[in-house]
Ligand binder design. Structure first.
Ligand code: F6P
Length: 325
């Protein structure tokens, strides 16, 4: 296959640094004399034939901007064979020879199916704040989200300290505790509750007890969205029932974690991965995700990336406990 025209889309939850990756793909394409097309709103745009030509100047000034200029969507239609058929039809109709998708697990599942069913050349770039993709040390957006969370919790710490309060802070991560764990360590949380670990209230009660005994004047418990104990409000109620004398508040950080200007690391990683995605396509690679492992670009098959979980560093849990006394 001669690669003349390639398309790019962003799909799933957006993440800071997606624009930097789009810019890198477009400019690398232009560098190698390819024509690049942007697809609006992820797979929905593929199905609705929403393509536009992008040149080097179309991506000026976006390196430092959060969100995605191509917009994103979680496409229900693309989950169906009919939807993917329409997408493949439009790609061929527009003479597109290859597709680059930026997103997470769901995005790669769709990409892998499109490749398997229609033989379409595809490469994935990992973009999600959750960092839950196998085959890369950092997904694009994870570092920025972490920094946002840490900044927010530092502010919560100030007011918690002034009022001798305990805060339950919920951070994103439907299935993964990467943000919760690193932010927990970085902000000196009393306890961190993750989706990956079987935990129970006794452990949390012990931690709170320890805090009281050691005369801590502010306490932060970081809970990941997908934790098994419940919503932060349910967790807070349990604590209030057990310790009625404690002043307990809840903060849900929510989508603030997904926005903002990308950090240096996210910009650099997005640039490296964007270049790697185009160069690997030119070299005939397909059905893979480009990641960075130990500072080196590495390709992992989409299937492997989808079927394996990136594992959190459990050592950090131990460290968090030691340091929260
Ligand atoms: O992008 C991943 C993620 O941020 C998860 O951590 C979170 O559960 C989910 O997206 C929220 O998605 P939405 O914006 O569609 O509610």
């Amino acid at each position: 296959m001669t690669l003349n025209n390639l398309a790019i889309l962003t799909s799933g939850g957006d993440s800071p640094g997606m624009n930097a990756a789009i810019r890198a793909v477009v400019r690398t394409g232009v560098f190698y004399k390819k024509r690049v097309f942007g697809v609006q709103r992820g797979y929905d745009g593929l199905i609705q034939n929403d393509f536009r030509a992008l040149d080097a100047r179309s991506v000026k000034g976006i390196l430092s901007r959060g969100g995605t200029i191509l917009k994103s969507a979680r496409s229900e239609a693309f989950r169906t064979k009919k939807g993917r058929e329409a997408a493949a039809y439009n790609l061929n109709k527009n003479n597109i020879n290859a597709l680059i998708v930026i997103g997470g697990d769901g995005t790669f599942t769709g990409a892998h199916l499109l490749h398997k069913e229609f033989g379409f050349p595809i490469i994935g770039i990992p973009g999600t704040i959750d960092n839950d993709l196998y085959g890369t040390d950092n997904t694009i957006g994870y570092d920025t989200a972490n920094n946002t969370v840490v900044k927010c919790i530092d502010k919560i710490r100030d007011t918690a300290n002034s009022h001798n309060r305990l805060f339950i802070v919920e951070v994103m991560g439907r299935d993964s505790g990467f943000i919760a764990l690193s932010a927990g360590v970085a902000t000196g949380a009393l306890d961190v509750v993750l989706p990956e670990t079987a935990t129970n209230f006794d452990r949390m009660f012990d931690a709170v007890q320890r805090g009281v005994k050691n005369k801590k004047t502010s306490n932060i418990i970081v809970v990941a969205e997908g934790n098994k104990l419940g919503t932060p409000f349910e967790i807070s109620q349990k604590l209030i029932n057990k310790y009625p004398h404690l002043d307990i508040k809840v903060t849900v950080l929510g989508h603030v974690q997904r926005g903002g200007s990308p950090s240096t690391l996210d910009r650099v990683n997005a640039s490296v991965m964007g270049v790697a995605a185009v160069e690997n396509l030119i070299n005939g690679k397909s059905d893979v995700m480009v990641g960075i492992v130990n500072n080196k670009v590495k390709c992992t098959s989409l299937e492997r990336s989808i079927n394996n979980n990136a594992s959190i560093n459990f050592e950090l849990e131990r460290i968090s406990k030691i340091l929260s006394t």
